[in-house]
Design a protein around this ligand. Structure first.
Ligand code: UD1
Length: 315
């Protein structure tokens, strides 16, 4: 089968591409390389440098005739969505609708969409079930949730099949560690450089950290799962506070981190953990990587840049 992975040069997308190639799929990547890297794209995949919002996207779909689409391309950070809601909307909403148009006009069989824990906002029940109210506290959470609703309506009106994967905080090799990176990649880099970290808030805020290889596996399973037109949480189901994360990172690296505390970040949620029962039942998916081990791998990959490359990974 022929699969398009949007954002396939990015952090999560490039791991998805690797897994699909391992499974002998034919893979095309569409990525504008705004944050993704050409060298992260598996050489067995075809890379097209294009924006998902491009008017040329439809012609590509007509030419390639994709069976499935895995949609990872996005503006992925909460903070940037607060700085530039317009850009977040343009990439995450308008770009996704452009992609959906190409999907329905060329009879794509199914689209798998990367959504987020940020769609829930501050939920009352932890771990959060899929049915919890969607009350995003950032434009990023809002834009992802909006696309979920587009998917539901595209299904209803045009018959396009979909699966939404609401991912918790994904970490692992190849994650960016600049301002756009996640807390684990940022703290790992600081640790490696023996520089202090800044904790926004009291460090008591929790996240559900899920390893990128586990997320890639969930995407592959979602392509052919019998149950579709539904959303599934992809997570470990456990909460880890930032203060605990710092301790685990110190253990993984054998180094002490110096910490500064600053004001909480605008749009941040306080507690986050997602109930993953439904993914176990309907996708036959379970997280495999324990956090302490995943942190060790992430840190080692940073120390040995070669391990960040596709060829160096063992996962
Ligand atoms: C992250 C993801 C987002 C995903 C969401 C799912 C990133 C960049 N964003 O958002 O794509 O959809 O999880 O829940 O991976 N923090 C610090 N110091 C730092 C950096 C972060 O204290 O230097 C704190 C933040 O304020 C926040 C927590 O760490 O409380 C996690 O932040 P971050 O890794 O940016 O992820 P989310 O905002 O949860």
């Amino acid at each position: 089968m022929k699969i398009l992975v949007t954002g396939g040069a990015g952090f999560i997308g490039s791991h998805v591409v690797d897994k699909l190639i391992q499974q002998q799929c034919r893979v095309v990547v569409v990525d504008n390389l705004s944050s993704g890297l050409r060298e992260h794209v598996n050489t067995a995949a075809k890379l097209i440098e294009m924006d998902i919002g491009s008017p040329e996207l439809l012609a590509l779909f007509e030419q390639e005739k994709f069976d499935y689409v895995i949609h990872q391309a996005a503006q992925t950070t909460v903070a940037q969505s607060i700085d530039r809601p317009d850009r977040d909307c343009q990439v995450n909403i308008a770009g996704s609708v452009n992609l959906l148009e190409a999907c329905r006009k060329t009879a794509v069989r199914r689209i798998v969409f990367a959504s987020t824990a940020a769609a829930y906002g501050n939920a009352a029940d932890i771990p959060i079930p899929e049915s919890a109210p969607k009350q995003p506290t950032s434009f990023y959470g809002l834009s992802k949730w909006t696309v979920e609703q587009y998917l539901a309506l595209y299904r209803q009106i045009f018959g396009l099949e979909y699966i939404v994967l609401r991912c918790a905080n994904v970490y692992g090799e190849r994650q960016g560690n600049s301002g756009e990176g996640g807390v684990i990649s940022i703290f790992s880099k600081k640790l490696h450089e023996r520089r202090p970290v800044t904790i926004f808030g009291d460090g008591g805020q929790s996240r559900d950290f899920i390893y990128v290889g586990d997320v890639a596996a969930a995407n592959c399973l979602a392509l052919t799962a019998k149950t579709c037109n539904a959303a599934f949480n992809i997570s470990t189901g456990t909460e880890t506070s930032l203060n605990t994360l710092v301790k685990l990172l110190e253990q993984a690296a054998g180094i002490k981190l110096k910490k500064y505390f600053a004001q909480p970040r605008e749009g941040d949620i306080y507690r986050s953990s997602l109930d993953n029962t439904a993914a176990g039942k309907y996708l036959s998916w379970q997280p495999q990587m324990p956090l302490s081990q995943g942190l060790g791998r992430t840190y080692q990959a940073l120390k040995q840049p070669g391990l960040n490359q596709r060829e160096g990974r063992e996962w």
